[in-house]
Write a protein that binds this ligand. Structure first.
Ligand code: URA
Length: 230
């Protein structure tokens, strides 16, 4: 370190000490006894690597937003913990809420077919949603509900470390990619979420209402298969 760097480091330390003094700090107790006490507070768990199970445990009987009032089950997500491909949907519907599993209703059956069309099975991929509780009457999730739930999805993705994410529909694509671009413009191209390649496509529920859009989804899935080396 040169003199300039050293002086600026000293300045930073001084500023920090001034800040601590201003906050009422009157010295540090570095006796062995005190340090041993602090060390004994370190829980072993703090050093265990995060897992999907530990994230689920943290989520608990979540009451972080109003959706807890109407839900029957939290739909955390399911599938292969070593999946190369993660599907992210919007949020649980009626069936999913009843059984606590993602994409098992009509849209889910179509998603299962899409997964099979790219020569995979549900057991080989991981399936989850932007929000983990069903909104009343399947309304769109509200921004504060997404905000409350998103950290858990981010942690799931960080543990899974997939090579690819397929974002199903507007909410999944816009939330992961932090954009307001419509899904019709986002689909058909790969984007990046924290270094992971994200392919947005139409939501299976939208396909049930607009079967002519299945062609576009098939184009997207062919791109995905190509990139995945399938
Ligand atoms: N729609 C979604 O976005 N997710 C589900 O789990 C089911 C339907």
């Amino acid at each position: 370190m040169n003199t300039k760097g050293f002086n600026s480091a000293i300045e930073e330390v001084k500023n920090h000490l001034r800040f601590l003094a201003g906050s009422g700090c009157r010295g540090f107790d570095c006796s062995k006894k005190s340090l041993d006490i602090i060390k004994s507070w370190e829980s072993k768990e703090a050093f265990l690597p995060e897992t999907l199970e530990s994230i689920r445990t943290d989520l608990g009987d979540c009451r972080r937003c109003r959706l807890c009032d109407g839900r029957r089950n939290i739909v955390f997500g399911e599938g292969n913990h070593s999946a190369k491909l993660v599907f992210v949907g919007e949020g649980p519907g009626y069936e999913e809420d009843q059984r606590g599993r993602p994409f098992i209703g009509a849209a889910g059956q179509l998603l299962t077919k899409i997964i099979q069309a790219i020569k995979l099975t549900r057991e080989q991929v991981y399936i989850c949603n932007i929000i983990k509780c069903r909104p009343p009457k399947n309304r769109n999730p509200l921004p504060d509900e997404i905000k409350a739930c998103l950290p858990f999805l981010q942690r799931q993705i960080a543990v899974l470390k997939p090579d690819f994410i397929c974002a199903l529909g507007t909410f999944a694509a816009q939330t992961l990619l932090k954009t307001k671009e419509p899904i019709s413009r986002l689909r058909g191209n790969f984007h990046k979420y924290r270094g992971i390649r994200v392919l947005p496509t139409y939501h299976p529920a939208y396909l049930l209402r607009n079967p002519d859009k299945k062609r576009d989804v098939w184009e997207d899935m062919k791109m995905l298969m190509n990139e995945m080396g399938g």
